[in-house]
Design a protein around this ligand. Structure first.
Ligand code: SAM
Length: 196
């Protein structure tokens, strides 16, 4: 098992404005469910890891199909709750990212081509109808593992076509549909239990 395993989450938010045009007081409505990403970030960098080093976690968000935000551990800044993450996302999309966030222009296919490089970097889709996590032996073996998450509606048909084109394996955490922040926490917990 590689000691320096990196876990990445790839959150797709095709409905969200890539210009950061949303109200901080109405993240789900005006933000077209930007709250999903805020909660995912809070899970990833605030409350989910118990033993897993936050420096070995990354979150990538594809916003509106065109903007790619990458989040590393905000080591010198303490974030608490959805609103603080929403402010950081908005500033980034408006051209003023904090040091731990990078912003680029690109598509889902660009990100897939970067992350889907087995055996070094494995990419998985989190999907209720996929194979059971416990029955996928390879999931912990790559030095880098990335997990793709849909928004509140799951994956749109264009995304499903791309997933099929690249034959990205689907992993299920059970037949019930969970919040993506819950899925992210479950994956971190699974790695904490099985990898180190
Ligand atoms: C809130 S769920 C999506 C809603 C629901 N799947 C739908 O289409 O109505 C957000 C994302 O979390 C992930 N997810 C939710 N439950 C899951 C499960 N039981 N197993 C694997 N992934 C799951 C999937 O990536 C899903 O797209």
């Amino acid at each position: 098992m590689p000691e320096s395993t990196m876990i990445r989450f790839l959150q797709l938010l095709p409905q969200v404005s890539p210009k950061g045009e949303f109200l901080l007081k109405d993240l789900p409505g005006s933000g077209k469910r930007i709250d999903v990403l805020c909660r995912g970030l809070a899970a990833c960098f605030e409350w989910a890891p118990m033993t897993w080093p936050k420096s070995s976690l990354e979150m990538i968000a594809i916003i509106g199909g065109t903007k790619i935000l990458r989040f590393k551990e905000p080591a010198n800044q303490k974030f608490e709750g959805e609103l603080e993450w929403a402010i950081a996302i908005k500033d980034s999309l408006r051209g003023e990212p904090s040091g731990f966030i990078t912003v680029a222009t690109g598509t889902l296919e660009d990100v897939i081509q970067e992350l889907n490089k087995p055996p070094v970097s494995a990419l998985w889709v989190l999907d209720e109808k996929g194979s059971k996590l416990s029955e996928v032996p390879d999931v912990h073996s790559a030095p880098q593992n990335s997990f793709m998450l849909g928004d509140h509606r799951g994956f749109d048909s264009q995304t499903m076509d791309v997933i099929s084109k690249y034959k990205i394996p689907k992993i299920s955490l059970g037949r019930k549909s969970y919040l993506s922040s819950h899925c992210l926490a479950a994956i971190i917990s699974e790695f904490e239990r099985t990898v180190r």
